[in-house]
Each structure stands twice: as C-alpha cells, then as structure tokens.
Design a protein around this ligand. Structure first.
Ligand code: PMP
Length: 314
C-alpha cells in the first residue's frame, strides 16, 4: 500500500513502518479516543500547500480531549508545528487529509473505567483529492437511526465512539440504494449526516440546523455560513429544520472537511429543486474553492501555509 514516509507519534516524526503497537492494545484503547479531520489544499497556481483552519481544528481537538478527560501534553503551537513538520517531511504537494487521533495508552487488561490514562497522540496523513466543482451529486435517505443526543454521548465533539451511530445509518442507506443517510435528532428534527452537516436553500436563504440540534460543531459549516453571508450576501439562518422542509427545499447539500460541499439531489426520493446542483450551491462551491486554494486574499487567516523549509520538531 502506498503511504507517506512519516507520521507523527507522541512527540516525534516516525517512519510509517516503525509505528507499531502490540495487538493487545486494540480494543478498549479506542473507546475513549477522539480525533480531528483536517485538510491541506494545494494552491490554485500549483504553488504551496496550506492547511485550512488549522487552529480551529486544534482548538476542537483540545475541547474533545477535555470532554473525555484525556490530558493533552502539547500546546496548540506544538501541534501546529508537528503537523507542518510532518507535511514537510513527507514532501506533501497534493490535497491531503490530516488526522490527529488521541487515544488511551496502556489500557490492556484494565478495561475502560480507568481515569487518568495516559493519552497517546498520533497524527497521520493521506492523500485526499477534492471533489469540489466535480459535478458529483448524491441521494439521501432519512435514517431510521436517530442521531445520538447530548444525554447519551456528546455530539458536539469528534468522539470516535460517536461514529458507530453514523456508520449504522450509512449501512442502512447504502443497502437501501442511497448514497448517504441524514439523521434526525431525538426531537425529530434534522441533525446531520454520518460525517457531515446539512444545509438547505429556501427562498434564497441558507438554512442549517442550530448547534443545539445534536450536531458536531463543524468548522466547514461555520466557514460556509460566513462565506454565504459575507461573499454571496445571502441571509443565513441557524434553526431546527423539519424533515419535510428538506423534501420541498430548493437546494440541499451536506458539508464537512471530507464532504467539502456535496450536493444532494433527492431526499427519500423527493426530487430537490430541478434535480441538479442548485445555483446557490454552485456559487458557494466556487467561493469555497477560491478560499481553500488561496485565490481569495481576504480569507488568508484561514490558511496556514506549509513551509518549504522545516521547522524544529517538537
Ligand atoms: N458532522 C460529523 C458527524 C462529522 O464527522 C463531520 C466531519 N468532521 C462534520 C459534521 C463536519 O465537520 P467539519 O466541517 O468540522 O469537518
């Protein structure tokens, strides 16, 4: 399998094949794991790579760790440097996914009830080409699984165990012939997709479930709301959304670091709009690409350039 030369593990760059653990570490060690999903994009002119909203992702990692009572032994500046070093060491030039994973080390035989476990921290990367402006569309099914709610698991963070919920929903949707699932929350209003947030356009306004709707506090969602308001000049609304509002919406799409903007052309076999990518979705995709790939100088603060000269390793 092709993979980058290095990953970052517990404070140092390690060769990929040397980063191994004993098989008995598998299992409970990941029950309490939290992670991040971050993207780096190549510049439009084929120039340098930059990481999108790195600080916000690291801040969310810190919140995730705090919530599951894992101690973070590095500063966010250390982690920024670690990620930039890693991308540099791997000579990364193409669009890439970066995944920091914090998990409990030394849990073998201790089950999961142990407080004060040592957190191990792994950062690995993998090429992930963008599908923005590709014209790809998808169909969605409202899942019979409900999105986890605040009184069961914390939806707002990237808690690895949360993802069984979305996985079950996606299995169901795929077996039923749809591309993705959308989950309702305990209140019966729309929450999000298995690994993405959901937005709809109605009467020229961009509407998305509020953060109290059992959603992840998504960084892409925040970016797109900002861009819609600031760059497209359209109203944005965060509020609970009824399932049937999606059925009759003008446009629907999901969004996230991996999902980017993924247009949805039918929900439960109700055709959305004209059954093609809608005009506001298209405009948003164009602006978003500009921001990600550096064509838009106003959002330079959202991009951390990957240095061509290595910084010191932590
Ligand atoms: N919801 C879930 C459940 C997710 O896994 C993701 C992807 N991280 C998102 C929403 C989108 O979040 P972000 O834009 O921060 O990637």
């Amino acid at each position: 399998m092709k993979h980058p030369t290095y990953l970052w593990w517990n404070g140092e760059l390690r060769r990929w094949e040397d980063a191994t653990i004993h098989v008995t570490e598998l299992g409970w060690s990941t029950v309490g794991a939290v992670f991040e999903g971050i993207r780096a994009y190549a510049a439009a002119d084929g120039g340098d790579l930059s990481v999108f909203r790195l600080r916000e992702h690291l801040e969310r990692l810190e919140r995730s760790m705090r919530l599951v009572r894992l101690k973070l032994d590095y500063s966010l500046d250390d982690l920024t440097e670690a990620i930039l070093d890693l991308l540099h060491a791997n000579g990364t030039r193409e669009d890439t996914y970066i995944r920091p994973l914090a998990y409990t080390a030394d849990t073998s035989g201790k089950r999961f009830a142990q407080l004060g476990n040592t957190a191990a921290l792994l950062i690995n990367t993998a090429p992930m080409p963008s599908h923005l402006l590709s014209g790809e569309t998808g169909t969605a099914k409202i899942s019979s699984w409900r999105r986890i709610s605040e009184d069961v698991m914390p939806p707002r963070i990237k808690n690895l165990s949360n993802y069984r919920n979305g996985q079950l929903a996606n299995f169901e949707a795929h077996l039923d012939g749809y591309d993705t699932a959308l989950l309702l929350n305990r209140q019966g209003t729309v929450a999000e997709g298995p690994g993405s947030c959901v937005m709809m356009v109605v009467g020229g306004a961009l509407i998305t479930p509020d953060v109290g709707s059992s959603i992840l506090e998504s960084i892409t969602r925040d970016a797109l709301l900002t861009l819609a308001r600031e760059e497209l000049g359209i109203p944005v609304v965060e509020r609970p959304i009824d399932r049937t509002e999606l059925y009759v919406a003008d446009e629907v799409f999901t969004c996230g670091t991996a999902a980017e903007i993924s247009p949805i052309v039918s929900v439960d076999k109700y055709q959305i709009g004209s059954g093609e990518i809608g005009p506001i979705t298209r405009r948003l995709e164009r602006v978003f690409v500009d921001v990600l790939r550096g064509g838009e100088s106003r959002y330079a603060h959202w991009r951390t350039p990957v240095p061509t000269v290595a910084t010191a390793s932590v």
